[in-house]
Write a new protein. Structure first.
Length: 331
């Protein structure tokens, strides 16, 4: 048996949007590497064992992460490296995956629900359509400067970038061929209780971001496929969402129950008492010698109770026995 590292996609944010396999891996994990800034705390607490070691990925450097993997290899531990969304999209898992292989660990990638898919589900729209845009282009912060080139294709464009750089994004979109009226969906913390999903246009994008104070990493979906139509029109403004993910999870099904069964099974294995080994009876001489060397053992509870009852019985006042009368006969 060797150690195992699972790169698990946590989904867009809500704890109940993780895959069944992902939840199972977290329930089995001895160590969970995660970043509270990108993965909701509930997602870890609801799935991890109480005795699992939680490591804040944002507070350790690359060498310390490597030490976690080395220890897992030596101690044959199960480790989960938790990623937001899907690990294969903007996850940066390649270097860690290769390191774990070199250490002789079993390595797997558990895919997750992408925030892009979650946004499409939230607004009730597909992101590609044969008569409008049949392709989808995803670009992260590292390639955001090439937005102008991607925009020239006329596809549905998904940009993950800092909200503070919205002005530059608008300039590149216009230079690439999008018009001021091209629809844009702005998404932040999708599927979480405090998510923001707003509908705007390229021309109104900068004002929309300022209005909702979105200065951190945000998803921007741009393209004509997002235009309203007679069949279904997107809702204006911010989409209202349930305040707690648990309200959605309360409508439990067999799959969600299975997740909790895995969690309880993993916790039970850790809490199971060690089996009692019965020793063979020893000769009386050796037994007496051993007892003489050991300190006096405390009486067991059951014996103590019997002794206490005996003391109470002895101390109970008893009536004195009546003296026998002796009668002398007269001679």
């Amino acid at each position: 048996m060797t150690g195992r590292v699972s790169f698990v996609g946590a989904g867009p944010g809500a704890a109940d949007l993780i895959t069944l396999r992902g939840a199972k891996r977290i329930a089995e994990a001895d160590v969970v590497l995660w970043s509270p800034a990108v993965v909701e705390v509930e997602c870890v607490r609801d799935h991890a064992r109480p005795d699992a070691r939680l490591v804040d990925f944002s507070r350790v450097n690359a060498e310390e992460v490597a030490d976690v993997y080395r220890h897992a290899s030596a101690a044959k531990l199960a480790v989960v490296r938790l990623h937001a969304g899907d690990p294969t999209l903007w996850g940066g898992v390649r270097e860690q995956h290769e390191l774990c292989r070199k250490l002789g660990l079993d390595v797997e990638i558990v895919p997750g629900v992408s925030p892009v898919s979650a946004v499409g589900a939230s607004i009730g729209r597909e992101l590609t359509a044969s008569d409008v845009a049949s392709s989808l282009v995803l670009t992260g912060p590292e390639t955001a400067e090439h937005v102008e080139e991607f925009a020239a294709h006329g596809s549905t464009l998904v940009v993950q970038a800092s909200g503070s750089r919205t002005g530059q994004l608008v300039e590149k979109l216009l230079a690439g061929g999008y018009s001021d009226e091209t629809p844009v969906v702005v998404a932040y913390k999708v599927s979480l209780p405090d998510e923001t999903i707003a509908h705007t246009t390229v021309g109104g994008l900068e004002a929309c971001v300022k209005e909702h104070k979105l200065y951190r990493t945000t998803l921007f979906l741009i393209g004509d496929v997002l235009k309203p139509n007679a069949a279904r029109a997107p809702r204006d403004g911010v989409v209202a969402r349930p305040r707690k993910w648990a309200r959605r999870a309360s409508a439990s099904d067999a799959a969600w129950s299975a997740v909790h069964d895995w969690q309880e099974a993993a916790r039970a294995r850790r809490a199971a008492p060690k089996p009692v080994v019965e020793e063979e009876p020893q000769p009386m001489l050796e037994l007496v010698t051993d007892l003489a060397d050991e300190p006096e053992a405390k009486p067991v509870v059951a014996a103590a109770k019997r002794k206490s009852a005996a003391v109470r019985a002895d101390s109970t006042a008893r009536k004195p026995a009546r003296a026998k009368k002796t009668t002398k006969r007269a001679n």
